[in-house]
Design a protein around this ligand. Structure first.
Ligand SMILES: C[S@@+](CC[C@H](N)C(=O)[O-])C[C@H]1O[C@@H](n2cnc3c(N)ncnc32)[C@H](O)[C@@H]1O
Length: 609
């Protein structure tokens, strides 16, 4: 039970003996510090917290072995073992709201609780840690897709939503029984199938959710009590049963006698992959390019049309290469001249293309002619800082996200825009690019998107809780400052070491902010320039190689920046800045070969030991 009053001296004594990681100069600050260090949430929203004599002594681990939960029925904080705990092993809980990548967890724990976590998960070697991060990020992404889709997506694309939960459960199970996300996932699945009248599967999913809640929070927890009857009568799931009857089954239609794997196939409505279907997929190529089609263009809730992955797309895949339908001058004040230029090109389109053109979205209403409104809504830049934009029948259907998954690049040599996935995209997930430049903060992003494209952004990042968004804005502000400092070019010569340190800090912030677009190779290219301007060919080669590898992901082998970076990686002295000073002069052969990963990074960034 929480310590409800502190009038009794014994309770006050317990309270003041709790750890306080915050500085204080009076009693009020001391008590507030203790509360901030120790309070455990009394509800899922985390707005109210309680102080507990024993539970507040439990330390954090990112691979926690227990799950803590405020049980409002019994008015107690409960702690349940998620796996066997050996005698003498420390009992641990998880202090943060959700499992994220190692760097994010470390940053949040440092900020909120002022410690550097060294638990088993944080202490993994680089390879295992990366693998764990990939799994956690995938879980989080699926969680976001499910929660953002909401009822609308459950009703519109139920199979897709069920697929997300299926993948989520598989990821949780790969993590082992320690994960407390399972009951929620099974409950989501129960809601999805029941909304379409499928009581048989609803019964199985609801049963699994209840037994997982019992395991992680006890049979007297709120959820078990509230939904105890649903495995017997899944139609009791609140407000959902029979919104559609597309998957209608009776509650007793659960198949018997199936092998476990076959039962799971039935339960999750997975279709066994038939050879025929594979053949069809391989043939499914875009008519105008040699690229297989990875997407469909269809209605996306609250966004009009959008481009949606029709298969899983792996990081680095070229999703689309497309020639512009017409080109439009950008940054021109003389609107009439622009209208004339557009009008002339629209007239020259054949009838079919003209129809496609006028079917594109126009967010400007009758403020402009339809031709100009369509172009202003849909034009994509043909190069960095380009004075010309292009209008595309497919690429212009791609919607915006502040945490996008794909990069658009104008490939002058091909005369086409390319769209590359810079992280894995799940089947059914929307393909998104960023309409904005740089690392704009929340308020600025919303203002700009509203005034230029007429919508309020509710992407994954913009929908994060306020405290997360504030942290994100702080990181973005730092990114902006570092970017400007590095970009002014003076530091390369006058203070190269500080400049290199700034690039390293920038890359760390970009990773924390999950920015994986062209900003990252650009930062490595900055590091390359610092090294080569000061005569260090060895470091320059490594930085150029890293920038090139990232450009291959974002633009492909034949991308506009990929080749030139390859040239610099082969021979860094071909860069125009080579030898501006010889302060760090070093041959290209001096890249150390014997160092472990950490020592190599220390060498690369000239970090003194
Ligand atoms: C280039 S078009 C993208 C395709 C467009 N959705 C369509 O139906 O053709 C830009 C327009 O799409 C919509 N849009 C793009 N991203 C959006 C988002 N994240 N949320 C809501 N609407 C969005 C806005 O209406 C915007 O003006």
């Amino acid at each position: 039970m929480p310590l409800s009053t502190l009038r009794l001296p014994a309770q006050l004594h317990i309270f003041t003996s709790l750890r306080n990681v915050h500085e204080f100069s009076n009693v009020c600050e001391q008590y507030a510090g203790i509360a901030r260090t120790n309070a455990l949430p009394l509800a899922a929203d985390g707005l109210e917290g309680g102080i507990f004599e024993n539970a507040c002594r439990i330390n954090h681990a990112c691979n926690n072995n227990t799950h803590n939960n405020w049980n409002e029925n019994v008015g107690c904080h409960t702690v349940h073992a998620l796996r066997d705990i050996q005698q003498g092993e420390e009992i641990t809980i998880f202090y943060l709201r959700s499992q994220e990548s190692r760097s994010r967890r470390l940053a949040q724990l440092k900020e909120k609780f002022l410690f550097t976590c060294s638990c088993g998960l944080c202490a993994l070697g680089p390879k295992e840690s990366r693998e764990s991060d990939v799994r956690l990020e995938a879980t989080l992404r699926l969680e976001n897709l499910i929660s953002r889709g909401g009822l609308e997506a459950i009703l519109a694309t139920p199979l897709q939503m069920l697929r997300y939960v299926d993948q989520q459960v598989q990821l949780y199970e790969r993590h082992g029984p320690g994960d407390a996300g399972l009951p929620g996932a099974y409950f989501d699945a129960a809601q999805m199938v029941v909304a379409h009248g499928d009581l048989a599967r609803g019964r199985v999913f609801a049963g699994r959710a209840i037994s997982e809640w019992e395991r992680t929070a006890g049979d007297d927890c709120k959820e078990v009590i509230q939904y105890r009857k649903t495995p017997h009568d899944p139609s009791l799931l609140p407000g959902l049963y029979g919104r559609s009857m597309e998957w209608k089954t009776a509650v007793d239609d659960v198949p018997t006698g199936l092998q476990p794997a076959d039962f799971e196939e039935w339960l999750w409505r997975r279709k066994p992959a038939s050879k025929k279907k594979h053949k069809k997929k391989a043939k499914n190529h875009d008519k105008n390019t040699s690229i297989p089609t990875f997407f469909t263009i269809r209605e996306v809730p609250k966004k009009g049309q959008g481009v949606v992955a029709s298969t899983k797309i792996t990081k680095g895949t070229r999703i689309l290469a497309e020639s512009p339908l017409l080109t439009v001058p950008r940054h021109v004040r003389d609107i009439e001249a622009v209208e004339v230029a557009i009008g002339r090109q629209v007239k020259m389109l054949d009838e079919k293309k003209r129809q496609h053109f006028f079917a594109l979205h126009n967010c400007h209403g009758d403020r402009h002619t339809p031709e100009l409104g369509i172009c202003r809504t849909n034009v994509l830049p043909l190069g960095t800082d380009a004075t010309v934009g292009g209008l595309f029948l497919q690429a212009s259907r791609i919607n915006h996200s502040c945490r996008h998954n794909s990069q658009n690049t104008w490939n002058k040599k091909l005369g086409q825009i390319t769209i590359h996935a810079f992280r894995d995209i799940e089947e059914g997930e929307e393909i998104t690019i960023c309409y904005l430049g740089g690392s704009d903060k929340y308020a600025h992003r919303q203002r700009h998107l509203k005034s230029t494209f007429g919508f309020h952004c509710s992407c994954e990042l913009c929908m994060m809780p306020l405290d997360y968004r504030v942290q994100s804005d702080e990181r973005r502000e730092k990114i902006d400052i570092l970017d400007k400092d590095i970009g002014d070019g003076m530091g390369i010569i006058s203070s190269p070491l500080a400049c290199l340190g700034a690039v390293r800090s920038l890359l760390k912030l970009l990773e924390e902010e999950s920015i994986a677009d062209a900003t990252v190779p650009r930062a490595y290219y900055d590091a390359f320039q610092i090294a080569i301007a000061n005569g260090d060919q060895a470091r320059a080669r490594v930085f150029a190689q890293r920038a090139q590898r990232l450009r291959v992901i974002l633009q492909g082998d034949n991308g506009p920046d990929t080749r030139v970076l390859g040239k610099y990686a082969d021979d860094p002295t071909t860069h125009r800045l080579y030898g501006t000073t010889n302060k760090w002069r070093q041959a290209v052969t001096k890249v150390p070969k014997e160092l472990d990963a950490k020592a190599f990074e220390d060498w690369l960034w000239k970090k003194r030991r």
